[in-house]
Design a protein around this ligand. Structure first.
Ligand SMILES: [Zn+2]
Length: 57
């Protein structure tokens, strides 16, 4: 078990879909720069929203 990240020094981002802060997770270790949402659900929501915006533009 890795202990490199503790609760106090985890990087955080704001979810692009729900606007809530979320913390780094191990599953995102490789992909953290590309993570924009806190969950798969928000990811789908953001994608839906983006598609809608593109249609309107
Ligand atoms: Zn979210």
């Amino acid at each position: 078990m890795e202990k490199r990240y503790t609760k106090s020094n985890l990087p955080e981002k704001t979810c692009a879909a729900c606007r809530r802060p979320f913390a780094w997770r191990k599953k995102w270790a490789r992909d953290w720069d590309n993570v924009k949402t806190c969950s798969e659900r928000c990811k789908a929501e953001l994608r839906r929203r983006t598609r809608k915006d593109e249609q309107q533009a």
